[in-house]
Design a protein around this ligand. Structure first.
Ligand SMILES: Cc1ncc(COP(=O)(O)O)c(C=O)c1O
Length: 349
């Protein structure tokens, strides 16, 4: 039986994608073997990579002068690899939570860093137009604190965005973004791949770093500088087709808004549950909430799991609970969660 998976990541994948991969596991394309067991240089594998890249371009309306790359090392590697590829002397970071902090630490290893924003992460700080640095970095959706930057504004420098926990849940305005990256394991597929979409004019094939981490080289070689994580990209290709079948990014956005709005409404209506984030900055993907009495946290988790509502325990740095509402979450999950929350409150308050 499939449970409702509220994990912050790695997160649930669409059932039809898992079933399709299961059906092909022993015999892919009549080869009598799985896609995992053959060369990444096989034309059929290259076709999977090309299909994934084409669908990413279509779904996100990526301009032609941007590269679409499957990189390795997760989104965490990008905290260093982006400065190593872009060779900035100075970087400005909008700090809206724990992942912004990691981006700051990564950038500090390579450049002078200035910052707007600090804890507690319950709102998006006002950001004046940025100039005089080599780029601005921000995290579109803070997975731990549940803070979403609705509008980054316009700046006189390139804008780099960590969209790990929100990619494919809403459109990206490419007039305001020069590089967007996202670890795959929330809205895109399994872990092991980080999607990087970058304006080609920013990239430098001569940057002083290992060729497997050089974005210009990855772009030139179809993300196959070395043996890539083929099975992960194969699953991503299927997830992208699933997004298209469901109506594309606009349908994902409508679902995200519908689900998060109903969950925040249930939290706000109650004195038993609370979320500290300013309404305009609330995440559509990750909804952290506290119980008025933290002594009940363990009981809440135990009872919710008994109902098939899985992985609601909050991040250790924030406490309480967190419901992650990624694209693949079935529609019935949030009503079931709200019903459980109301029942728990009625019996425990
Ligand atoms: C917003 C954000 N950035 C970066 C990361 C780090 O991703 P990875 O574990 O792929 O390095 C995460 C992981 O949850 C995240 O949510």
């Amino acid at each position: 039986m499939r449970t409702f998976n509220f994990s912050a990541g790695p997160a649930g994948l669409p059932l039809s994608v898992l079933e399709s991969a299961q059906a092909e596991l022993l015999d892919w394309q009549g080869l009598g073997t799985s896609v995992m067991e053959i060369s990444h240089r096989d034309p059929r594998v290259i076709a999977v990579f090309e299909s994934a890249q084409r669908q990413i371009r279509e779904l996100l309306a990526v301009p032609d002068d941007y590269a679409v790359i499957f990189a390795q090392g997760g989104a965490s590697a990008m905290f260093d690899l982006i400065p190593q590829n872009l060779s900035p002397a100075s970087v400005h970071v909008l700090n809206t939570g724990a992942w912004s902090e990691k981006a700051i630490k990564g950038a500090q290893r390579h450049a002078a860093v200035t910052v707007t924003g600090a804890a507690p992460y319950v709102d998006v700080p006002a950001l004046s137009p940025v100039s005089g640095v080599d780029y601005l970095h921000y995290c579109h959706n803070e997975t731990i604190h549940g803070v979403r930057v609705a509008d980054i504004g316009t700046h006189q420098v390139p804008v780099v965005c960590d969209a790990s926990s929100s990619i494919f849940s809403e459109a990206i305005d490419w007039s305001r973004h020069d590089l967007v990256y996202a670890g795959a394991q929330k809205n895109l597929g399994p872990s092991g791949v980080c999607l990087v979409i970058a304006k080609r004019s920013l990239l430098n094939a001569d940057a002083a770093l290992a060729p497997v981490f050089n974005f210009a080289k990855l772009d030139a070689e179809g993300s196959m500088v070395n043996t890539p994580p083929v099975f992960a990209v194969y699953l991503i290709e299927k997830v992208l087709a699933w997004i298209t079948q469901r109506g594309g990014v606009s349908a994902m956005k409508a679902a995200a808004q519908r689900r998060s709005t109903s969950l925040y409404a249930a939290i706000d209506q109650s004195d038993f549950y609370s979320n500290p984030v300013a309404p305009a900055a609330r995440s559509w993907m990750n909804v952290p909430f506290l119980l008025a009495n933290p002594d009940l946290d363990a009981e809440f988790v135990r009872q919710s799991e008994a109902q098939g509502l899985m992985f609601l325990k909050g991040h250790r740095s924030v406490g309480g609970m967190r419901a992650s509402l990624y694209n693949a979450l079935p529609d019935a999950a949030v009503p079931a969660l709200i019903q459980f929350m109301q029942h728990f409150e009625a019996t425990r308050a």
